[in-house]
Design a protein around this ligand. Structure first.
Ligand code: TA6
Length: 300
């Protein structure tokens, strides 16, 4: 049975009036989620939440107008799943940046409703003959999205191998903002960070602002708030089991093929990550989960 067959997906993992699977580009299935209080879309390719919008809000997640659904490429936007390493491979630059999870086809495990009307969708990825030459470990990776007026994404890695492995990763979340230059991120004041643009370790003294490219790995387990005066909202970001927060915006000189010239002013990434000293070693049979929860309020 073709795991990309939308009629099968709708039979098994559709929810009448709430979840419908439709063919996206390249025939990659997309779940279209509709509810009185929120809408969302989820891609089977990449196991990736693409869009989420509470009904009384402008879209909360951002996706590039140039995003593509192409085999082997990552989708620029939503919540790319980063595993088993964040950024460049620590020792081998020939290996794909941000690991092996975001550019392969996942499978649906289950969909369900919660009493409050939230939609739960669980997808999974296991190692295969393509991943093992890149990362020689047997793994299962599950992502669970609880989608409602708030959003929680939880990533769980299982060591199904007979030897230990060390994992890093991230929920690489793209947040839609009204205008990046007037946005700030509160909650990281006092945290040390590794600045990938100018190099070196620094301490964040004030709320993070975005006058130029920002690419920083903060050593922080703290919640953050995106303060967006243009859209008159605050995006509250909490996380569990992650001591690393990555903040990224490519700035006006962004050089990514799937970013339009003005894309830099429309989004910032605030990522719950496992990286550096925060990576996790799992013995055979062990598993580890970390998560990010997002809630939107007006400007206090
Ligand atoms: O999360 C920040 C970062 O590591 C930046 O360095 C930037 O490269 C971004 O990820 C996007 O990476 P990608 O491989 O998706 O272009």
């Amino acid at each position: 049975m073709d795991s990309m067959d939308v009629s099968h997906l709708n039979e098994q993992f559709g929810l009448y009036g709430q979840i419908e699977w439709l063919d996206g580009a390249e025939g990659f299935p997309i779940a279209h989620i509709g509810h009185r209080d929120f809408t969302a879309t989820v891609s089977l390719y990449g196991g990736q939440l693409l869009t989420w919008r509470p009904s009384d809000q402008a879209p909360v997640l951002w996706i590039s107008e140039l995003a593509t659904l192409e085999p082997g490429k990552a989708i620029r936007g939503g919540v790319p799943i980063i595993f088993p390493w964040f950024g460049a491979h620590p020792t081998d630059s020939s290996k794909p940046s941000h690991g092996v999870a975001r550019n392969r086809l996942w499978r649906v495990v289950q969909v369900s409703n919660l009493a409050g009307g939230e939609i739960v969708i669980q997808m999974s990825l296991t190692d295969d003959e393509e991943t093992r030459p890149i990362w020689a470990h047997r793994f299962r990776l599950d992502v669970v999205y609880v989608i409602g007026r708030t959003l929680t994404a939880t990533l769980t890695a299982f060591n199904i191998d007979d030897k230990p492995f060390t994992m890093g990763g991230a929920l690489h979340t793209y947040f839609a903002v009204g205008s990046t230059p007037v946005v700030s991120v509160d909650g990281l004041e006092g945290a040390e960070y590794d600045d990938k643009v100018i190099g070196g370790l620094h301490i964040q003294k004030y709320p993070v602002q975005f006058e130029e490219e920002v690419d920083r790995v903060y050593f922080s387990a703290e919640p953050t708030i995106i303060y967006d005066p243009t859209l008159q909202r605050q995006i509250h970001i909490n996380k569990r089991n992650s001591d690393t927060t990555v903040v990224w915006n490519p700035g006006v000189t962004a050089k990514k093929a799937d970013l339009s010239a003005d894309a830099w002013s429309q989004f910032i990434c605030v990522e719950a990550a496992k990286h550096g000293d925060d990576v996790v070693t799992l013995a055979p049979g062990e598993h580890f989960a970390f998560s990010q929860t997002i809630r939107v309020t007006g400007i206090a």
